[in-house]
Design a protein around this ligand. Structure first.
Ligand code: UDX
Length: 430
């Protein structure tokens, strides 16, 4: 099938590369020339394990190409995926200006029947909005349909998630239209759910908001564990064995960040408000999440009192492991608060340092964990990269000014690390 993917962010680029790998002819479009030029040179504009190889293979075999010319992409394709950014506005509402602009461009280049698929995370009603824009602005009297096909991939495991999703959701106006999408996804052989457009749009938000709720819930339990002597990792395990609850997304820590959970949860609150409902549960989920880092910083400050003139090593800058993404990263919030209190920051991340420099220009960037820990009064774990779990703790201790660890992701065994002479503070464990 001839497929066009508009937007080469995480969702667009991974979707395009995977569809090409499944044997389709895919053209990826982006208006940012720099990104398209990078892709043409075989360089990835984002860090995602396995992506570079996947793209290279499909470009070489002639199934995947890149262009800034949206007209070219639209005209030659039967199915067009919209995978552009949908950032939040100040009030939590989703900014749909990129989606609207793309819909307008599609309208101008519509030359025969096409299916336009919303893959970006967009609020309920956006399918209608896109349909109306195209209907009003199309140059030719051709038919088209608009489908919602939300994406559930996670950064860091995006390719595996796309090839083996828990489910594929297709929100289509008719069974016939859904069949075309089913055909495209058929080689993946995963559970498929066909719904109307509105339900598909809602499924994405309901899923992300529910997972955010799970995280804030376990974080509140963690706070209670600290006060009562319970251990949140055991509590989460004990809960997770109940199949109705499940093990996933019960990892207590500094809270959720990234480009989806904070924005999608806020957007659902906003949608509820638009329809006259107050989604107080989700308002609380956000509030709990916003308190995670200030609460942790308070603990650090109490122990190191004062923070002024203290050097703190921060391990992990990306919002989660296996990505270089710092959007809504807890590291940025934590470092900003520590610096406001006069601390000097030495930071290390395996892949996110280049991106971090743009947001946090005034901290010291280090070449590895030991370099960051050198002379530090305390070390803070912010992102649970695997390499931090396997550090040589003897060496770490020997280079630090004082052996104090604040572990925001519970990556160490408290007994073992204390036995090695560290003073150790984690989340939800005494
Ligand atoms: C998320 C959804 O999982 C994915 O389905 C959707 O398509 C996009 O948003 P992503 O943002 O890439 O994916 O990361 P995810 O692994 O879900 O983690 C989100 C945040 O939650 C991270 O900051 C992570 O540290 C945090 N988290 C996750 C926890 O604090 N505890 C957990 O148990 C799980």
């Amino acid at each position: 099938m001839n497929v066009c993917v508009i937007g080469v962010g995480y969702v667009g680029l991974v979707t395009g590369a995977v569809f090409a790998d499944l044997g389709n002819e895919v053209i990826c479009v982006d208006k940012v020339e720099e990104k398209i030029n990078m892709l043409k040179r075989g360089e990835m504009p984002i860090y995602e394990p396995g992506l570079e190889e996947l793209v290279a293979r499909n470009v070489k075999e002639g199934r995947l190409s890149f262009t800034t010319n949206i007209g070219e992409g639209v005209r030659r394709s039967e199915v067009i995926f919209i995978a552009v950014g949908t950032p939040p506005r100040e009030n939590g509402e989703t900014d749909l200006s990129h989606v609207e602009a793309v819909a307008l461009e599609i309208a101008h280049h519509l030359n025969h029947y096409k299916i336009i698929v919303n893959k970006s995370t967009v609020p309920v009603g956006t399918g209608d909005l896109v349909r109306n824009i195209i209907e009003k602005n199309k140059n030719n009297d051709v038919e088209f349909d608009v489908v919602s096909n939300p994406e559930f991939l996670r950064e860091g495991s995006a390719i595996a998630d796309t090839l083996k999703p828990d489910r594929i959701v297709i929100g289509a106006p008719t069974q016939n239209v859904a069949m075309t999408l089913l055909e495209l996804y058929a080689p993946i052989e995963r559970p498929m759910l066909i719904t109307n457009v509105e339900s598909a749009e809602m499924i994405k938000y309901a899923s992300n908001a529910f997972l955010s709720t799970k995280i804030s819930f376990i974080n509140m339990i963690a706070d209670l564990c600290e006060k009562t002597g319970a251990d949140v990792t055991m509590v989460a395990k004990g809960m997770g064995y109940d199949q109705r609850i499940g093990m996933h997304f019960l990892q207590a820590g500094l809270g959720f960040g990234g480009s989806c959970f904070p924005k999608d949860t806020l957007s659902l609150i906003h949608t509820a408000r638009k329809y006259g409902e107050e989604f107080r549960l989700l308002e609380e989920v956000i509030k709990i999440n916003q308190q995670r880092v200030p609460r942790f910083v308070e603990r650090i400050a109490q122990r190191l009192n004062p923070l002024n003139n203290k050097t703190i090593a921060v391990l992990g800058l990306a919002f989660k492991p296996d990505t270089d993404d710092l959007r809504d990263a807890k590291s940025v919030e934590l470092i900003t608060l520590l610096r406001e209190r006069g601390a000097t920051i030495k930071a290390y991340d395996p892949v996110a340092i280049n991106n971090a420099r743009k947001i946090l220009p005034d901290i010291i960037y280090c070449k590895n964990s030991y370099d960051a820990a050198e002379g530090a009064d305390a070390l803070v774990i912010v992102t649970e990269w695997n390499e931090f779990k396997l550090l040589n703790l003897e060496r770490l201790k020997s280079v630090m000014q004082q052996p104090i660890i604040f572990d925001g992701r519970n990556i160490y065994d408290p007994k073992r690390i204390r036995k090695m002479g560290f003073e150790y503070y984690s989340i939800g464990r005494k």
